[in-house]
Ligand binder design. Structure first.
Ligand SMILES: [Cu+2]
Length: 159
């Protein structure tokens, strides 16, 4: 009978790697905001910049303020702007992907109440890494009429 030691060694290494203190590398989220809505409006969008250190996919979203949250894409189809749900949004390693009006966004549908500017909403994003492991990120996202900073080009703060 073969000794199992040869087999155990790589398994132990794999376990050790899995227990690395870094944990799942969740993308960095910057400038997140949700567009405010008026009474009677059923849907709105959430926008942000996502930067993943390793290739990751945004595969879902949820929020208690909306019945459904989906990752959407807006594209010109001829001269008509069309919107569709995308099952996953690829976040290439080290590159910032921007979710913005007119492009990718998180669509919040079946709003349970109007979202007033100046408040904030909880938003959970679900990501899937290259090995198929899903993890989620809980955010508190400010509600605004327009992108924060978009109307103040005079603010020349540089990074
Ligand atoms: Cu949409």
């Amino acid at each position: 009978m073969k000794t199992p030691a040869r087999l155990l060694f790589p398994i132990a290494l794999a376990l050790f790697a899995g227990a690395a203190p870094a944990g799942p590398a969740l993308p960095k989220v910057e400038g997140a905001w949700v567009r405010s809505s008026v009474p009677g409006q059923h849907g709105t969008g959430a926008f942000m910049k996502l930067t993943a250190s390793q290739a990751t996919q945004l595969v879902g979203a949820s929020t208690p303020v909306a019945g459904t949250a989906e990752v959407h894409e807006m594209k010109m189809d001829g001269d008509v702007m069309k919107m569709r749900a995308v099952p996953q949004l690829e976040l290439p390693a080290g590159r910032t992907t921007e979710l913005k009006p007119g492009g990718y966004h998180i669509m919040l549908m079946d709003l349970k109440k109007p979202l007033a500017a100046g408040t904030s909403v909880p938003l959970t994003l679900t990501f899937r890494d290259a090995s198929g492991v899903q993890s989620s990120l809980e955010l508190k996202v400010p509600v605004a009429v327009r992108a924060p900073g978009a109307a103040t080009p005079a603010d020349s703060h540089k990074h």
